[in-house]
Design a protein around this ligand. Sequence first.
Ligand code: NAD
Ligand code: DAU
Length: 339
Amino acid sequence: MTILITGGAGFIGSNFIFYQRKAHPEDKLVCVDKLTYAGNLSTLKSVMDDPMFRFYRMDICDRESVYQIFETEKPDVVVNFAAESHVDRSIEDPCVFLQTNIIGTATLMDACRKYGVKRYHQVSTDEVYGDLPLDRPDLFFTEETPIHTSSPYSSSKAAADLLVMAYHRTYGFPATVSRCSNNYGPYHFPEKLIPLMIANCLNDKPLPVYGEGLNVRDWLYVEDHCKAIDLIIRKGRVGEVYNIGGHNEMRNIDIVKLICKELGKPESLITYVTDRKGHDLRYAIDPTKIHNELGWLPETKFTDGLHKTVQWYLDNRAWWEEIISGEYQTYYERMYGNR
Ligand code: NAD
Ligand code: DAU
């Protein structure tokens, strides 16, 4: 079959492409990506010449181009990773988040309906559930937890989820939605916590921890997320939402200390900075449904995954050094300069 993957030059989309090539070499992959600041063609260089892979630079909001690609490539399945994904940028400037994350999703679904795509999968996030209190470790997000967003980013993702479910109910649109917790692993853009801290550590720069560093995230190795999505598109039930997470809750400060330890850097690099506005306290996924229905379980333990990730950043300095030497510097100065 042909799988159209949007946002495949980004972090999770590229890892999904690599996983698909390994797990299902018989399937043809078509990647479309606008190549925003977060998209990087060099990430895809190992598959660029593969006859079962094709890349198009395209904005998922550009209806005419989207229809043209569907007409040419006739995808059976569409997996939508394309999004503006960084909470801090959404707080600075929400508009592009509404455009890509909502209008882009609607445009793709319209194309799927027009060209009779058999399955559309929306890659969503646990952030649509809002946050949980720090003093209630017994509480988890289930698929029934009400949507209750905090940031412009999570609100735009929630709006997209609602649209997907509305298309399913109204048109019988064959969609599934997954809501995953925080990912980490290779090709993670260094604006996000783990790669930012690794890059700063390696450059002996301050490690900017928001607030007191006590916020909790539920970390999952990116390949485990890719395996879950693969199961959902092949075996998941249409019209269903699946939560994905590995019961691996960590406080930010503990992650940063672990990274210092992995790299043999002093904790004195840690600098506490002004907190993120509206900062979600805790995310924690209950993955019972995907485990019971599809047999999914995370396979990578956090200590192993973090070790592999740190090693990847050590072995692939050119990839992230190229990123942080460009426009990223202006971003970094704007975000952290006076914090
Ligand atoms: P990313 O920012 O690394 O990559 C996003 C990709 O989308 C980039 O390649 C970018 O160029 C592309 N893109 C952006 N706007 C586009 C547009 N208008 N048209 C076409 N392409 C466009 O993001 P990521 O971390 O890989 O996240 C992928 C998806 O997974 C997102 O939908 C995000 O909401 C979701 N998600 C991420 C995480 C996480 O921890 N990173 C967790 C759960 C869910
Ligand atoms: O939960 C899934 C979500 O995880 C995805 O939907 C988002 O696309 C993804 O970016 C991520 O969102 P977070 O806001 O949780 O990730 P981020 O890496 O930006 O921040 C993780 C935590 O670390 C958060 O509590 C804020 C904190 N932080 C982050 C940065 C960048 C810091 O303390 N310092 C930093 O410099």
